[in-house]
Ligand binder design. Structure first.
Ligand code: AMP
Length: 460
């Protein structure tokens, strides 16, 4: 597949894509869009970053704009549910971009935001409703959302939805829709639970899978700095004090540590503005912080994995893993925040001795050694690979211990570490697999039996 016009998308959408600078479909777009335009149910295995949003938004817009009638109050025609507020508002923004030349209404509803504007939009009538499950359930109970007219139902990041305990809500929501709607599920992983959920929701679905990002993009230089626990914070301040750190995400493991770290950064480094996002921060504050980061009003964003997943900010110069991720796969997500869209980026992981097993898991996952860089003021003994005893990785450990970081650093200090490992190549646009799961349906009109839908509430 070489171009969007090969996908049979309408002119207004092609114009919007061109304006947006999208030249060729990503693999997930190339494989999902034709099935969705045919009205088929679909299970997509894809992670954020591969263009899955446009993969489901474009067919919805095209299908809805054919024979469109003005939507009735409280009765959307398509519904997209997403596990987090950030993801829901990003989907809303994508819809906004693609509907510049199309008459189509949409709104985004999520918890933590006032009901007033949401009610007003729903009363006016929307074609597409984007929602988080909790707030959607609230609106359904209030009678401000009715699902009787739904033609397309999308569940984005279904695996996270299950992790966050939304399975019953999802089933309840699905059970309120008419029997013959199209259902689309996207998930980063195909766990047994996702398989079970897909069986209850999807009718003879097509299955598409984007190539998994198990490698770090070749545009990203990534390295690990070994440090003793006592000097971990000093090392972070040293790194942030260097002038090349123009837009940095610092990943930490716990919500509790985010705020303290921001205070430490302000205390220790002159001229740096930092802020944090984590799951417990009120929605408005999270949005404000993200906007400030996007607009360069803050240069350092301290974030937990959950809050950061799905955030699409361009121009990030550095990702610093202050704590290594507990799940190796998150390493790829985290470092992928820099070096986006072909730009180059640098990722630095700080590793204390007790975290070596996490580093090993990362290396096994990405099938690559992460270069140990001990060219910093607080080097701890180099990481020794247990699988190859006696062979320390990276440059030999320098015995001269440099003094600990003290006092305020100035922006524009001496640039430090030189990450230099040979990064693995990855090609996100490599082949995408498409296959048909189960027998082909005779037609949409023979869609699913109503009884199957009614079983949702009882499905595990
Ligand atoms: P997503 O995986 O949907 O969150 O998309 C990740 C990023 O890729 C977003 O910044 C999109 O704007 C961008 N994107 C999506 N599709 C394309 C495309 N075909 N060409 C270029 N960029 C794209």
């Amino acid at each position: 597949m070489t171009s969007f016009s090969d996908l049979n998308l309408d002119e207004p959408l092609l114009r919007a894509l061109e304006k947006q600078g999208y030249e060729t479909p990503t693999p997930i777009q190339g494989s999902a869009i034709p099935h969705l335009l045919e009205g088929k149910d679909l299970m997509g295995i894809a992670q954020t970053g591969g263009g899955k949003t446009a993969a489901f938004v474009l067919p919805i817009l095209q299908t809805l704009s054919q024979d469109r009638t003005r939507p009735k109050a409280h009765m959307p025609t398509a519904i997209i549910i997403a596990p987090t507020r950030e993801l829901a508002s990003q989907i809303g923004k994508a819809i906004q971009i693609f509907t510049r030349d199309i008459k189509m209404f949409h709104t985004v509803v999520y918890g933590g935001a006032p009901y007033g504007p949401q009610m007003k939009d729903l009363q006016r009538g929307v074609d597409i409703l984007v929602a988080t499950p909790g707030r959607l359930m609230d609106h359904m109970k209030r009678g401000t959302v009715k699902l009787d007219n739904i033609q397309t139902f999308v569940l984005d990041e279904a695996d996270r939805m299950l992790d966050m305990g939304f399975v019953e809500d999802v089933q309840e929501i699905a059970s309120k829709m008419p029997a013959n709607h199209q259902t689309v599920m996207f998930s980063a992983t195909m766990s047994p639970q996702i398989k079970r959920l897909s069986k209850t929701l999807l009718n003879q679905p097509m299955y598409v899978e984007a190539p998994r990002e198990t490698a770090v993009a070749s545009t990203i230089e990534h390295s690990v700095l070994m440090v003793s626990r006592d000097h971990k914070k000093d090392l972070l301040m040293h790194l942030l004090g260097q002038s090349d750190k123009t837009k940095v995400i610092v990943f930490v493991r716990t919500k509790a540590s985010t705020e303290g770290l921001v205070e430490d950064i302000h205390k220790n480094i002159e001229g740096i503005k930092a802020n944090c996002i984590h799951g417990d921060k009120p929605q408005r504050a999270r949005e404000r912080t993200l906007r400030s980061f996007k607009n360069d009003r803050i240069t350092v964003l301290v974030a937990t994995d959950v809050a950061a997943r799905g955030i699409d900010v361009s121009g990030i110069s550095h990702v610093i893993n202050y704590d290594l991720p507990m799940e190796a796969e998150n390493y790829v997500h985290r470092v992928g925040r820099t070096g986006r869209a072909g730009a180059s980026g640098i990722a630095i992981s700080i590793c204390e001795p007790r975290e070596r097993n996490l580093l090993r898991s990362v290396e096994e996952f990405i099938k690559q050694k992460v270069t140990v860089d001990d060219d910093h003021p607080f080097p701890a003994p180099a990481y020794k690979d247990k699988r190859a005893p006696g062979k320390p990785k990276g440059r030999p450990f320098s015995k001269t211990k440099k003094p600990a970081f003290k006092g305020k650093a100035k922006l524009g200090g001496k640039p430090g570490g030189k990450p230099g490992g040979k990064p693995a190549r990855t090609d996100k646009r490599a082949d995408t697999r498409t296959k048909h799961v189960g027998a082909k349906p005779a037609s949409r009109s023979s869609a699913r039996p109503a009884a199957k839908r009614q079983n949702f509430k009882h499905a595990s």
